[in-house]
Write a protein that binds this ligand. Structure first.
Ligand code: HEM
Length: 131
């Protein structure tokens, strides 16, 4: 049976030209979060699905669950938009349920588009998914 799938549309805007990322629903610091990392490079948008493997580490998921994405960098700023399923059914992603509130980690690098370069700024916000 085909399941009805809800989608989360996200836009990230940074005051830099390096990578940008959101990490949904961490368990402990960076651990357990479902990360989407993106960078606008000279060759175009690079976007990857990652999972928080440790308190300060993450690695690429075995399966990509990004439905759509676009990004631009101009005037020293970056904007990336992407869509992911609320329930991708991938154990390396996080189930997001409408009506609940989640912690979302946010980070970016001022200038490097390499996903192994440590963030130059990071923080977290609470996001309520309206029903
Ligand atoms: C690019 C590879 C990454 C590396 C090597 C890395 C490494 C680290 C390290 C060493 C720390 C502890 C030092 C510090 O507090 O700054 C840390 C903390 C943190 N990182 Fe990352 N990180 C990476 C990517 C990300 C991404 C993509 C996000 C979010 C989207 C993120 C969010 C955070 C947050 C929120 C903290 C603070 C955690 C806390 O103390 O509660 N990191 N990271």
């Amino acid at each position: 049976m085909q399941r009805f799938s809800l989608v989360l549309f996200t836009a990230l805007h940074s005051p830099g030209t390096g990578w940008v990322s959101a990490g949904f629903d961490p368990v402990n610091r960076m651990q357990g979060a479902n990360y989407i990392l993106a960078a606008v490079t000279p060759g175009g948008l690079v976007i990857e699905d990652h999972f928080g493997t440790g308190t300060t580490s993450h690695r690429r998921d075995g399966r990509e669950d990004i439905l759509r994405a676009a990004g631009t960098a101009s005037g020293g700023q970056t904007v990336v938009e992407f869509a992911v399923p609320l329930d991708s059914n991938d154990p390396e992603d996080k189930l997001l349920i409408p009506g609940r509130t989640y912690t979302v980690l946010l980070a970016y690098h001022r200038s490097s588009t390499s996903f192994t370069a440590l963030h130059t700024a990071r923080g977290s916000v609470e996001m309520k998914l309206e029903e």
